[in-house]
Write a protein that binds this ligand. Sequence first.
Ligand code: PA5
Length: 444
Amino acid sequence: MLTVNVKGCESFIETSVQNEFISKAQSALETLNRGTGAGNDFLGWNKLPSELPQSIVDDCLSVVDKWVEKEIDLVVAIGIGGSYLGAKAVIEALSHAFTNQMGESRGPKIVFAGQNLSEEYIAELMDLISVQNVAAIVISKSGTTTEPAVAFRLIRSYIEKTYGAVDARERIVAITDKKRGALKSLADQEGYRTFVIEDNIGGRFSVLTPVGLLPVAVAGFDIKVLLKGARDMEAICNKHDASNPAIQYAAMRNALYAAGKKIELLVGFNPKLQYVGEWWKQLYGESEGKNGKGIFPAAVNFTTDLHSMGQYIQDGERTLFETVIHVVNSKRSVVIDADPQNLDGLNFLAGKHVELCNEMAQLGTKLAHVDGGVPNIEISIDQIDEYNIGQLLYFFEKACGISAYVLGVNPFDQPGVEAYKKNMFALLDKPGYEELSKELKKKL
Ligand code: PA5
């Protein structure tokens, strides 16, 4: 079961202060669960694991069956932000590290599009899809986001030209809002199978809806077990006492922020967790970074980044704290050999597991960084599998809602994301943006 250990913060935060923030987090949990806080029309994610209709899981699995029957070998998942990062994080965490090079995977390969506007990326993706049997999942809650809309126009056109309009209907699934947006009208008109993102679930809290579940199921992973993990964590995260890990985490990160620790580094010691870090950055950055406030979320992969960021973390400006995802068990076993010549001097490791070295690196890093003035929160999960990743996702969502209320911001809006979009539309001469276009062009 997921646990939180804040011992590595003891020398930075007095017990009385910690307790004060625990009480604030308890009140914030109450506000969240009662639905009386800011953004309370976006709380659909809160009870999602326990209340998700079975029919949604069944519908996801029926898409999987259909595509297996059609021998689809590549699925393009098109989306950005909350319509991309959750699926990417789960699939990366659960996949074999060399799945692409080994040429085998549990389901069709999943590639992503619409998460950037690079012409080279999309051209190279078109090279790939031209030699595969392809399907696509297009995900956009608003149905109007430019990046996925551009990618979808190109991929849809390819699928229709290659397989014909009738077959295209069996190869394209849309996940979008119930009523609004260009994607909804397009999906209705073309007769694409459609999944709905409920109005009360924001993008970055949507990983446990079809937005995350469908690509994960298509990739061959067990979404029922993922949801079971999330459901068990939902029950734990609703406890009002200080044993609730979401309360512990939300309280400590706010106590650290109040003590001047403005930057949180999410640390993984397994490269499979890299995109969990990316998903977490969006969840916390978009939820908390507003009104001139908020912890800046960053993510690193150790030990890799100890050889690039280690110096700064140990010795740079003392505004950081670390949250380490500690994976207790490795699912694979590799033991280091004895070497009769011992030319590399590593015989002291003979007979030991590589993961033991990773564990000791983790402990050594914690001791060094805490000594260097970097507080350490540790989140432990048993292993990287569907159940534990389900727990981790829900835990981070719940803690995020609580934490943002402790901070005093609305976790469920993102007004700051609009500014670049307006400028981009104006610079691309979108009708309706003529005045802004003139204004901006003067500044360039
Ligand atoms: O969390 C959010 O709301 C955002 O990151 C959105 O997910 C992102 O902007 C994509 O939006 P949409 O799904 O409407 O295309």
